[in-house]
Ligand binder design. Structure first.
Ligand SMILES: Cc1cc2nc3c(=O)[nH]c(=O)nc-3n(C[C@H](O)[C@H](O)[C@H](O)COP(=O)(O)OP(=O)(O)OC[C@H]3O[C@@H](n4cnc5c(N)ncnc54)[C@H](O)[C@@H]3O)c2cc1C
Length: 255
């Protein structure tokens, strides 16, 4: 089973602050990490490999320092990394075209795994766009994946219902964070990752035409979180009743 996992380097959004006057996120000096759900994708790939044997290749479009993040995924259990260094302006069209070019170059693959969305921009566009460019079926929002010999069966989390879907290979699957608990690599695995290959493939070698973004991010603003400072001081039962009532009115609790 040859598995390709698309993994994105993102800023650690839990460390991000918002400039209170401009409302813009302060991105300088924030640590980078692999988008959380992409670690679930790697974990799922490792589980499939443990069952069927095969090879896991991680592909990342991003700056040169993303190589360090790829090493973390090699330590978890991926076999090989591919970095497509890209520092120009890019959008979903550019990223999915580069990933498609890299996966076509890899050639033999049965499953492409992506996160359902990245933890920073969370558009959820890359997986479906990539499946379109590769002209293969896709299963999105997979909460469980059972790779069998000739087909894969996945349960899709649709919020209020689960939909069981199956596909032949090759297939692209986007996974949710509930699918598994990503493993922590041991010290030996971290040291061993240094010997695993990370190839650098230039954008020019993967796509013939110059890629131009077709979507422009016009503005990026943090959402201010303001406390309402409501204090319930009645007796406990009454306070709980009022709290539940106001949470329901705010839509926090389902009716
Ligand atoms: C320097 C820079 C300039 C940008 N300029 C623009 C711009 O002009 N217009 C615009 O619209 N956007 C711009 N972006 C944002 C860019 O469009 C998104 O980062 C990218 O398209 C991925 O979208 P997403 O994070 O919403 O991914 P999602 O679709 O939410 O991600 C889903 C999954 O796709 C895979 N994936 C996503 N990104 C990558 C990646 N880079 N490498 C490997 N796998 C990946 C992962 O498996 C991920 O879990 C820019 C980003 C950067 C860093």
């Amino acid at each position: 089973m040859n598995i390709v996992v698309c993994a994105k380097q993102v800023v650690d959004v839990s460390e991000m602050k918002v400039d209170s006057s401009t409302k813009k996120p302060i991105l300088q000096g924030i640590p980078q990490k692999i988008s959380d759900i992409d670690k679930n994708a790697i974990e799922e790939a490792i589980k499939i490999k443990e069952k069927h044997d095969g090879k896991i290749t991680v592909v990342t479009v991003g700056p040169n320092d993303a190589k360090e993040r790829i090493k973390e995924l090699l330590a978890m259990g991926a076999d090989e990394g591919v970095l497509i260094p890209y520092s120009e302006k890019y959008d979903y069209h550019v990223v999915s075209s580069l990933l498609a070019g890299a996966i076509k170059k890899i050639g033999e693959y049965d499953i492409v795994l992506c996160g359902e969305a990245s933890i920073d921009l969370f558009s959820g566009q890359i997986g479906p766009r990539l499946a379109g460019l590769l002209n293969i079926p896709q299963i999105t929002y997979a909460q469980s994946v059972n790779a069998e010999g000739v087909k894969v069966v996945a349960e899709r989390n649709m919020g209020d219902k689960m939909v069981t879907t199956e596909s032949s290979y090759p297939v692209l699957i986007t996974v949710t964070k509930e699918i598994n608990e990503p493993r922590l690599p041991s010290l030996m695995q971290i040291l061993g990752a240094a010997n695993k290959p990370i190839n650098e493939w230039s954008a020019n070698s993967l796509v013939q035409d110059k890629l131009e973004p077709v979507i422009e991010i016009v503005e990026l603003k943090g959402v201010p979180m303001e406390r309402k400072n409501i204090v319930y001081q009645d007796d406990l039962d009454e306070s709980i009743e009022k709290l539940v009532d106001s949470l329901a009115k705010e839509g926090v609790l389902g009716g």
